[in-house]
Design a protein around this ligand. Structure first.
Ligand SMILES: [Ca+2]
Ligand SMILES: [Ca+2]
Ligand SMILES: [Ca+2]
Length: 334
């Protein structure tokens, strides 16, 4: 019993310390950087997104971060530190790319996590148009730097995990590099047609979003348009940003919530169970807000009523979509 009360007191002290500790963003910069340096994660660059998973099956979650320039894979050493293994893992590239979204998935179901990376724009400092130089370098009448319109879109990348700590770029042979080039943003892997094989959805900025369906033989086919989740209500220039994948109406199939740039609403696609989607944005009451830039991540959370709700990233918009409950957003099945 004495041990129990000791444990309770220890936990109370721990929680009290945490309560009185300022959030990371308010801690001294020296202290903040020191923690990253000790962990082997300090690095300067233009980072964009991160994903964590145990790619080498050693029981420790590893970390992959996209950058403009060179993406980075950190292997978790299991002792609170990480090692940059980008080169030895075969992920170093001589090409400058703007890595955007990323996710681990086992697309070939061999037990080794593979890696998908979207690219945003083909951006080099020496060929960037000046503000106002092109028609696309204006925004609401104000000359601005081009982007993404006016810059070249990109193809995206799939790396197969070879099971020995290395990855192989299979983007061409797997059918990923084939579709028209887009401005890729957030990516998510999920089994949208419930066939047991992971598919991939890519939210794209100012171009059609992409849905890669898994052919179960190591290749994919892009069917965003055919399956109803490429465009926002007929528009082909909506600025897709973040994604939240979840079963909002509790029918057992994964639906898609996608945030957009300012002037567009977020969008809700209902999955019919076979990987075809219906736009429920208006019927679900979500088509009410266009003032904010949707966050880089939408997320599904659960309320005490048992209904999932979705919100866009508080970093860019604090709008919370609590109206997306089954009572208001579920559409009858055909
Ligand atoms: Ca690991
Ligand atoms: Ca695999
Ligand atoms: Ca599937």
């Amino acid at each position: 019993m004495a041990g129990y009360f000791r444990a309770v007191r220890h936990e109370a002290r721990r929680r009290s310390r945490r309560r009185h500790q300022p959030p990371l963003s308010q801690q001294p910069r020296r202290h903040f950087l020191g923690r990253y340096e000790k962990a082997g994660l300090a690095r300067s660059g233009w980072a964009y997104a991160a994903t964590a998973a145990d790619y080498n099956n050693d029981g420790h979650e590893d970390l992959f971060i996209t950058y403009w320039g060179q993406n980075v894979l950190y292997r978790n050493n299991g002792d609170g530190t990480f090692t940059d293994v980008t080169r030895e893992a075969g992920l170093a590239s001589s090409r400058t790319r703007w890595g955007a979204g990323c996710c681990f998935l086992d697309y070939d179901r061999d037990g080794h996590l593979d890696l998908f990376v979207s690219n945003y724009v083909d951006f080099r400092f020496d060929d960037v148009p000046k503000p106002g130089e092109k028609g696309t370098c204006n925004w609401k009448g104000v000359p601005v730097h081009c982007g993404p319109m006016g810059l070249k879109p990109c193809s995206h990348l799939l790396y197969r995990n070879m099971g020995d700590g290395t990855f192989k770029d299979v983007s061409d042979s797997a059918g990923i590099a084939g579709p028209p080039q887009t401005y890729g943003m957030t990516v998510a892997a999920a089994d949208f047609d419930n066939d047991g094989w992971p598919d991939i959805y890519v939210a794209c900025d100012s171009t059609n979003s992409l849905l890669y369906m898994n052919n179960r033989d190591g290749t994919f086919r892009e069917e965003g348009l055919e399956r109803g989740c490429a465009f926002e209500r007929g528009r082909d220039d909506a600025g897709g940003m973040g994604l939240g994948i979840g079963d909002f109406n509790l029918d057992g199939s994964l639906d898609i919530f996608k945030t957009h740039f300012a002037d567009d609403t977020s969008i809700l696609y209902r999955n019919d169970g076979k990987g075809f989607f219906e736009d429920l944005t208006i019927r679900s009451g979500l088509a009410v807000e266009t003032r904010f830039v949707g966050g880089a991540a939408g997320s599904w959370t659960w309320t005490t009523t048992g209904c999932p709700t979705c919100s866009s990233s508080p970093a860019m918009s604090t709008r919370s979509w609590r109206r997306a409950s089954p009572a208001t957003a579920t559409a009858p099945r055909a």
